[in-house]
Design a protein around this ligand. Sequence first.
Ligand SMILES: *[C@@H]1O[C@H](CO)[C@@H](O)[C@H](O)[C@H]1NC(C)=O
Ligand SMILES: *[C@@H]1O[C@H](CO)[C@@H](O)[C@H](O)[C@H]1NC(C)=O
Ligand SMILES: *[C@@H]1O[C@H](CO)[C@@H](O)[C@H](O)[C@H]1NC(C)=O
Ligand SMILES: *[C@@H]1O[C@H](CO)[C@@H](O)[C@H](O)[C@H]1NC(C)=O
Ligand SMILES: [Zn+2]
Length: 287
Amino acid sequence: MDMRFRISILFFLVAILLPAGHSWGKDGHAIICKIAQSRLSENAGKAVEELLPEYAGNDLGSVCSWADQVKFIFHWSRPLHYIDTPDSLCNYQYSRDCKDEDGAKDRCVAGAINNYTKQLETYSQSSSSSGYNLTQALLFLSHFIGDIHQPLHVGFTSDRGGNTIDVHWYTRKTVLHHVWDDSIIDTALERIYDSNVDSLIEAIQQNITGEWADEVKSWEKCSSNQDACPDPYATEGVHAACDSAYKNVTDGSVLRDEYFLSRLPVVYLRLAQGGVRLAATLNRVLG
Ligand SMILES: *[C@@H]1O[C@H](CO)[C@@H](O)[C@H](O)[C@H]1NC(C)=O
Ligand SMILES: *[C@@H]1O[C@H](CO)[C@@H](O)[C@H](O)[C@H]1NC(C)=O
Ligand SMILES: *[C@@H]1O[C@H](CO)[C@@H](O)[C@H](O)[C@H]1NC(C)=O
Ligand SMILES: *[C@@H]1O[C@H](CO)[C@@H](O)[C@H](O)[C@H]1NC(C)=O
Ligand SMILES: [Zn+2]
């Protein structure tokens, strides 16, 4: 068997055998990447097209979950999808929180965003000078800017961002983390958008140019001379985790319409901010 084929089979087996774990689901990531790609400047759009792997065509959305698929072969990348903050503190500090379970500095989603932004900054130089695979840098960065906007990716340490909190989503047994990765989006798609992801993207884009137009400029801002600004996103994230995701939920909670309808606006906002900020970052780095 050809090596690439063997790897695809391995991915397929791994994908069906293991639950998704840490990340917006496939839809959440695709939504963020599609919103972002539609906002790229001409130069950044060209660079992205050139960096995307051939099988993606020119569709960043189709490879926005690549970083989840490679967790199983790039084991070192697993802690780069989230940040664990101290239980119940509801705040975030890079120097205190951005580390993996062994305490290795910078190994969290904010450190990874800085890392892959720096790698992409070498894009305009001659390709050999970087030494990094910039296709991978683009796919990691696009995924991680999505992840940092999922409130429970900046959650508490002892419940692993809601992964150990058992809940029912209506009648189905799941964990709170998964509700935020997938269930809220899935239920919205079914009930409101006729299961059409493009309609959901269109609805978010309408609010980006309408309802939220005045705020969008502040979402795009980054402190002077920086291309990436993950820290404020993480702070917003842990606040949304405390005020919305964890709020009124305990182990065994049954979550229904009241939770779905009150948290859906938070999910819309975080998907919108993720898309806008991914585009702004790529425009700064590749524009
Ligand atoms: C930075 O990127 C390199 C190349 O993918 C990787 O080996 C390293 O673990 C990354 N570090 C962080 C903190 O993202
Ligand atoms: C860069 O990474 C991509 C995605 O993993 C891979 O398809 C490609 O072959 C790599 N390029 C090089 C030059 O190693
Ligand atoms: C867009 O904004 C309107 C008005 O605030 C709101 O009712 C609707 O749910 C929002 N839709 C999305 C997808 O953000
Ligand atoms: C939490 O529960 C209290 C008491 O039922 C309620 O007043 C409040 O609105 C709830 N908060 C959220 C964010 O659901
Ligand atoms: Zn992830």
